[in-house]
Structure formats: structure tokens, C-alpha cells
Ligand binder design. Structure first.
Ligand SMILES: [Zn+2]
Length: 550
């Protein structure tokens, strides 16, 4: 015996689906709406009706056999996935977020697929999708359907237009003031993000990379240095400046660095709010204003310039990759090796970097820049970023499900990651300091910050224009051996006096070139963060350069 499948007309199906999407899968949108329209609830009610009518019209336009069900099901599934992350983490889903998800490693993506997510997906995505699959949709003969659909769409859009005109000043100002409102609307925001990501997708595209700084040569100080000049650049992950005690945080998160005479710069802003934006941007000579992924991929970066100047460059990665920055330099991906001393489940604690640094230093014979790319404070699984001994701030949240933790527990876990980074950086310094046969320096800068529940927002990757400073203010810490400071003319007391000067990722390109004392047309001393504190080369150094022709 076969059970009769329930039947529904195509327009009623479309109306029900639109109502479900607008009113059920948009918890964050409505919460924000109630807040932003608190004094004008009628405006919000009209907005809801308008959005329903527009979505109804869009679905009615495709309500033909073989098309309407797949479209409705796709919208329901996209909304279910997006609403989970938007509602539980306060994140907004845009093109950058899709790019981050597409480019992260499997292990990291696995942390985002929690039991809470699967339950939410089943209830709000799979169940309604199954209902849509199950029902039999009654379609009218084609031309009659066209007339009916037009008769439904035209008045719907008319009312939506009337609402827009009636409340335009209210909507225009609120949308502008609170860009996050429409950016959290399902399924609009994730669908737009997917389309934009598709347009920018470059997995198949081959870039012709224009050379940059091929004129780079050693300046007088580098040429005169008696020992190999070795700089370690540590690229941090998700570390925010506010939680470093070196910058005034009231918890002691930097006990080890504080004992090592470092200079911590307090006012450094990031290029982006995500790894995928910040990492390519910070190595390129494009400033934040001029940066785009396409432009950065089409021209060499500072690592290439260092190479042109005769400096060995190596990239050691414990994060999710180098985002094409290290395409032309020797590259090592440590999580791939799965060293059991540091790694579990495809991820490794950052001490794997200092362990590897020790080995790299043994192979160095000439001027070298080593980039160490940290996993740092990557969330939401902060508790996996540090060994048990670093759980000094307790109790720490020990799940990726923020809803299951108090905010203080989430902050505790995050602060433990900063404490561990403090240890990793101190170890880096100690290993460099031990090599008195080199002139050594370390520069650390994070890629972007993190939200820890301020205004209900967590994680990062907010669109830059309205990202809070917790996502854009990054730590930057410098250390120089006495040999390096002497030979390369760095006045560390002067740098300490300038530690509050406003800086950004825009400065990194020129600061690295200046630090290594390379001469090239692409160098701009005005953007070199250390230039004001560098002494002019001595006459002996200049004459040595002229004589040696190095
Ligand atoms: Zn990052």
C-alpha cells in the first residue's frame, strides 16, 4: 500500500517557504532589528513584511516544475548552516568568510562541526528540506501559471516598494549605521557571499607574477657585518593587542617576554580581520587602501625583494598555509609531519616552530630571514592551542561550543593562548641569543585580532569598516641581540620611546627591508617603522662597502 503524498499549490509552497526563511532562520537579524528599531517597532514590522514579499516574489519567479524545489531546498540549507554560525558566534558571512572556510585545513574546519551544529542543521535544514522533497507540488499549465505568478509578483513588489518609500529615511540611516543588520539576513547574505566568492575564485587561474625590487643590494651596514645577519619574523595568529600585559592588560600574560628586554608597539592596526586578507597584505607593498587579493597575487612581495638582495628566505608554517606569500621561497608545512611531541589530530602546538628553528639555525651560513607562522590563538578551540601546563587562567572553556561556556571561561582560554605565545616568543629569542656567531633579531606581529564577547561578538573576520578594534589592533614586538643592534645601527632606547606611535601592517614591507639594510627603489623610509631610530652608517662601514663591493 502506498501512502498518498500531501499536495500543495506552487504559490502556497513558495509563500510558506519565504515565511519560514524570513521569520524562522533569522534569529540574529530579528534580535538586531529589535535593538536598532527599538523606538520604531512599526518600521521593523514593515521591514519584515517587505522582506517577505521580496523573497516571495523571487521564489514565485522560479516556481516552475523541476526548478522550484531545488531552489527552495538550497535556500533552506544555506540559511540553516549560516544561521547557526551567525546566531551562536555572532559572525557575519561574507566573501572573505567563505574564502577562509574554503582555504582552512580539514582539522580546523572539523572543530566548527559540533554536535550543536549538527542538531541545528537537522532541525532547521534537513527536516524542512525533507518536507519540501516529500510534498507533491501542483503546477498549473504553463501559460496560466505565468499569468498567476505575474499576478502575485506585481502587487507584492508594489507593496514592498511602497514600504521602502514610506520609511526610506529610517531604513537608509539604520542600514548605514548598522551595516551588520542586513549583513546577517538569511538567505541573502550567505547567497551573496557565495556568488561573490565564486566570481573571485582563482583556484584555476594562473597568475603572472611581476618582479619587484630586483635592484635590491646590500647597504653599507649589511655589507660590513662580520657575522651572518639573521632575522626571525614570527607571524602571529588571532592575537589581539589588548590582551598583552606588555601593552597594559591587567593580567600577566607576558611574564617571559617582559624579562627579555623587548620593545612592544602598542598602536598597530592590521590590514584585514582574517588570515586570508591580512597575510598577503602585510607582505605586499600595497597599503591596506590599495590592497586586493588579485593585485597582491600579481606582483612579488617583500620575501622576493629580500631574495633579490641576496638574503636567504625560508618559511616554516604551523598555521593553515602561507596564502601564496611563500610561493617562491623554501616552504615547510609542519602539521603535515605530525610530530607526536607537539601534534595531535593534525594540529601542533607552536613550540614545534622553535624546535624547528633550532635545527634551521644549524644550517645557516649567510644572511637569512626565517618566517615562523604560528597557529597562535586560532579559535574557537583556544584550549587546544597550548599544553596543559599553560592553563594558568582557569576555569578555561574546553569546547568549541561557546554557548556551553561562560564568557569568562572563553576569555581565560584565550588568555592562556597568549601566555603560551609569550613562551614561544621568549624561546625564539633565547635560541637566537645563544647563537653569538650570528647577528640576530626577532620581529613578531599578529595577522588580526579577535572578539571575545564584546557586544555579543566572537571570533573575527568582520568587514573592516565596522570591525571593532579588538579585531584590528594587533601586537608587534621587536627584540635585537647586542650584535645586531650594534652592527645594524638600531637604537632600541629610541624605539622604546616611540612604542606608542601609530603603525600598521602597511609598515611591514619597508620595515623588513630597512631592518636587513637593503637598498632598493621600492623601499620607502617613511613607512619603515624603525627608520627614525636607525643611526647613519659609520664612515668605516661606508668605505668597507666601497672597497669590498659586496
Ligand atoms: Zn588569522
Amino acid at each position: 500500500m502506498r501512502l498518498a503524498r500531501p499536495a500543495i499549490g506552487s504559490l502556497p509552497l513558495v509563500a510558506l517557504s519565504a515565511a519560514y526563511l524570513v521569520f524562522v532562520t533569522n534569529g540574529t537579524f530579528w534580535r538586531k532589528g529589535l535593538l536598532y528599531f527599538a523606538d520604531h517597532p512599526l518600521h521593523l514590522a514593515a521591514l519584515g513584511l517587505g522582506l517577505f514579499l521580496i523573497l516571495f516574489s523571487a521564489l514565485a519567479a522560479v516556481s516552475v516544475r523541476y526548478l522550484v524545489k531545488p531552489v527552495v531546498i538550497a535556500f533552506v540549507l544555506v540559511s540553516a548552516v549560516a544561521s547557526y554560525y551567525v546566531d551562536s558566534y555572532g559572525i557575519l558571512i561574507d566573501r572573505t568568510m567563505i574564502a577562509n572556510v574554503a582555504q582552512t585545513t580539514g582539522a580546523e574546519a572539523g572543530h566548527l562541526v559540533t554536535a550543536g551544529f549538527l542538531t541545528h542543521l537537522a532541525l532547521f535544514g534537513l527536516l524542512p528540506a525533507a518536507l519540501v522533497m516529500l510534498v507533491r507540488v501542483r503546477h498549473r499549465p504553463f501559460w496560466r501559471k505565468v499569468r498567476w505568478n505575474v499576478a502575485a509578483i506585481v502587487p507584492s513588489l508594489g507593496v514592498a516598494l511602497a514600504i521602502t518609500l514610506a520609511f526610506y529615511p529610517s531604513y537608509a540611516s539604520t542600514f548605514r549605521m548598522h551595516r551588520d543588520l542586513m549583513a546577517s539576513l538569511n538567505p541573502l547574505a550567505p547567497v551573496v557571499a557565495l556568488v561573490k566568492y565564486g566570481q573571485h575564485w582563482d583556484g584555476e587561474r594562473t597568475y603572472v607574477v611581476a618582479p619587484l625590487g630586483t635592484d635590491a643590494v646590500a647597504g653599507p651596514r649589511l655589507a660590513a657585518a662580520r657575522k651572518p645577519v639573521v632575522t626571525v619574523l614570527v607571524v602571529g595568529e588571532t592575537a589581539r593587542a589588548q590582551n598583552f600585559s606588555l601593552n597594559g592588560y591587567d593580567r600577566d600574560t607576558n611574564p617571559e617576554l617582559a624579562a627579555r628586554g623587548v620593545v612592544s608597539f602598542t598602536d598597530v592596526s592590521s590590514c584585514g580581520t582574517s588570515t586570508a586578507v591580512s597575510v598577503p597584505c602585510m607582505f605586499s607593498n600595497l597599503t591596506r587602501a590599495g590592497h586586493s587579493d588579485e593585485k597582491a597575487r600579481s606582483v612579488e612581495n617583500v620575501l622576493d625583494v629580500l631574495g633579490h638582495g641576496g638574503i636567504d628566505v625560508r618559511w616554516i608554517d604551523n598555521d593553515t598555509g602561507a596564502y601564496h606569500v611563500a610561493d617562491r621561497v623554501p616552504y615547510t608545512f609542519l602539521p603535515g609531519g605530525g610530530d607526536p611531541r607537539f601534534c595531535e589530530g593534525g594540529e601542533c602546538h607552536d613550540e614545534i616552530l622553535t624546535d624547528r628553528l633550532e635545527a634551521e639555525l644549524k644550517t645557516i651560513t649567510k644572511d637569512t630571514v626565517i618566517v615562523l607562522h604560528q597557529l597562535g590563538s586560532h579559535g574557537p578551540t583556544y584550549y587546544l592551542r597550548y599544553p596543559a601546563g599553560f592553563e594558568r587562567f582557569a576555569p578555561a572553556c574546553r569546547t568549541a561550543e561557546f554557548a556551553d561556556c561562560k564568557r569568562e571561561e572563553i576569555i581565560n582560554a584565550y588568555d592562556n593562548t597568549i601566555l603560551y605565545t609569550d613562551h614561544v616568543l621568549a624561546q625564539t629569542i633565547d635560541r637566537l641569543k645563544a647563537r653569538t656567531d650570528f647577528d640576530t633579531a626577532m620581529l613578531y606581529v599578529s595577522d588580526h585580532g579577535e572578539s571575545l564577547g564584546e557586544n555579543g561578538i566572537y571570533l573575527h573576520a568582520m568587514p573592516y569598516v565596522f570591525a571593532p578594534t579588538t579585531q584590528t589592533r594587533v601586537p608587534m614586538i621587536a627584540w635585537f641581540s647586542d650584535g645586531f643592534a650594534g652592527d645594524m645601527g638600531v637604537d632600541t632606547a629610541c624605539l622604546a620611546g616611540r612604542r606608542d606611535a601609530p603603525l600598521s601592517h602597511d609598515n611591514l614591507f619597508h620595515t623588513l627591508i630597512g631592518l636587513q639594510d637593503l637598498r632598493t627603489k621600492v623601499y620607502d623610509a617613511g613607512l619603515d617603522a624603525f627608520a627614525p631610530c636607525r643611526a647613519a652608517p659609520t664612515p668605516a662601514q661606508v668605505s668597507e662597502l666601497a672597497g669590498a663591493g659586496r
